[in-house]
Design a protein around this ligand. Structure first.
Ligand SMILES: [Zn+2]
Length: 443
């Protein structure tokens, strides 16, 4: 008996030792980055010859006179402009409609491509975005049956590299959503069901929000006016109240002035698209601090023509929003294939619209960085290059404050303290793992 107790005690001690060893804090690796120029978007200025210390996945110290610890890995970006990562506030990573074979009609994409295939496309699109310097992407629906959540989890758990994803799950709308499905599709076979959650009554609205929260959404997206029976201000308030229980904000797809009026009256967090936004609506948004995710599509994207009149309307709207001091995000609504371009390259083509609207470079840079962190509600932890923040940064040879197209030439990307791109080439090996190294509990 006593021997058995002794053995048990010994076994317990061995086990405890193993657990202690496993939990012993290991000094995180330190990386020192020599930044020739460091762009501060908030101040719209460049600091020269800065040292950025990264410890593990966080920034430790930044300054001109920071001592580089012995044994630190040194990365030389002394010929570069180092800056915080970029944000696209409206993308659809698990949707890629194409000139061929579907003539850009995305109904056919939904019918033709499975959630599984689209999830793999999303993984690829995410890496393409990161390669272009986008370290945060708001993934705003039309992502099949929660492929956006799967992508976010795969990145957060540590299976694959990718931007930090703020995803909306399935877009909630009155019956039919943004679609006009046939009765056979919607009622009998549900072929297009996962693209929109029908919510027509208060009970259904609450339940739809809860379903998205349950299945991993980080922001709630609603179709405000996709149908003549769109949502009233009171109905939008109900969405906002229910989402707030989980600490989430609501973005509205808005395409009419009346829809914009209702969304602004309800105090929605952000408005996608600009077709419903006139001078009066912009003034209301500025007054209430409502984010504008205008999805300002440029001309010249091969296979995706925009008429000169439509482009002029987009420019005029963006100009008017800027003049009214509406909080602006860089947002693309990218969800299609432009032959010869990656998803990230497609998004950066949208800089053209901002330039043509006469927005100063410093404010374009703010929209694509700081405002992106804020609309994503990450600005306290991720985005700015500050001690204690997650270590995301990019580097370009030129100076985006002089020529904003310098952003199209991202040569270096650091994500969560790990080098993803160096000397213009993706080097993602350190991101790939055969298991959820950051924890399987991440939901
Ligand atoms: Zn969209």
């Amino acid at each position: 008996m006593s021997r058995r107790i002794l053995l048990t005690v010994c076994a317990a001690l061995v086990l405890a030792g193993a657990i202690l060893r496993a939990q012993a804090p290991q000094a995180a690796a330190v990386t020192a980055i020599r930044a020739g120029r460091l762009l501060d978007p908030e101040g719209g200025r460049i600091l020269t010859n800065q040292i950025i210390l990264v410890e593990g996945n966080r920034f430790r110290e930044i300054g001109a006179n920071v001592a580089i610890p012995a044994g630190a890995t040194v990365i030389d970006l002394s010929q570069m402009t180092v800056m915080p990562g970029l944000v696209d506030a409206h993308n659809h990573l698990a949707l890629t409609y194409k000139p061929e074979p579907e003539s850009n009609i995305y109904y056919y994409t939904y019918v033709q491509e499975s959630t599984a295939l689209r999830a793999i496309q999303a993984a690829s699109n995410g890496m393409q975005m990161l390669n272009s310097g986008f370290t945060i992407v708001r993934d705003m629906g039309n992502n099949a049956n929660y492929a956006d959540t799967a992508l976010r989890q795969a990145i957060e758990q540590g299976w694959i590299p990718g931007p930090t994803i703020i995803n909306s799950g399935i877009i909630i709308g009155g019956m039919g959503g943004q679609f006009f499905p046939t009765p056979e599709m919607a009622k009998d076979h549900n072929i297009v069901y996962p693209e929109y959650l029908d919510a027509d009554t208060p009970d259904e609205m609450v339940k739809a929000v809860r379903q998205n929260i349950l299945f991993g959404a980080k922001v709630i997206k609603i179709c405000v006016d996709c149908k003549p029976y769109g949502y009233t201000a009171d109905e939008i308030r109900l969405f906002i109240k229910e989402a707030a229980k989980a600490g989430m904000k609501v973005e509205g797809h808005v395409q009419t002035v009346n829809g914009a009026k209702n969304a602004i009256e309800a105090g929605i967090w952000s408005i996608a698209h600009s077709t419903g936004l006139n001078d009066e609506m912009h003034k209301g948004m500025a007054q209430k601090g409502i984010w504008r995710a205008g999805t300002d599509t440029p001309t010249g994207l091969a296979g995706h023509p925009v008429s000169p009149q439509a482009y002029q309307r987009t420019i005029d709207s963006l100009k008017n929003a800027y003049a009214n001091k509406v909080p602006l995000t860089f947002s693309t609504d990218a969800d299609y294939y432009v032959v010869g371009k990656t998803r990230g390259e497609v998004c950066l083509e949208f800089l053209k619209t901002w330039k043509d609207a006469g927005i100063p470079n410093a404010d374009i840079v703010r929209a694509i960085t700081i405002n992106g962190y804020k609309v994503s509600e990450l600005e306290q932890t991720r985005g700015p290059i500050k001690a204690g923040y997650f270590a995301d940064l990019i580097a370009v040879p030129g100076n985006p404050l002089d020529d904003v197209d310098a952003l199209k030439n991202v040569q270096f990307v650091l994500k969560d303290g790990v080098v993803f791109k160096k000397d213009g080439t993706m080097t993602p090996a350190a991101f790939f793992h055969g298991g959820p190294v950051n924890g399987w509990r991440i939901r």
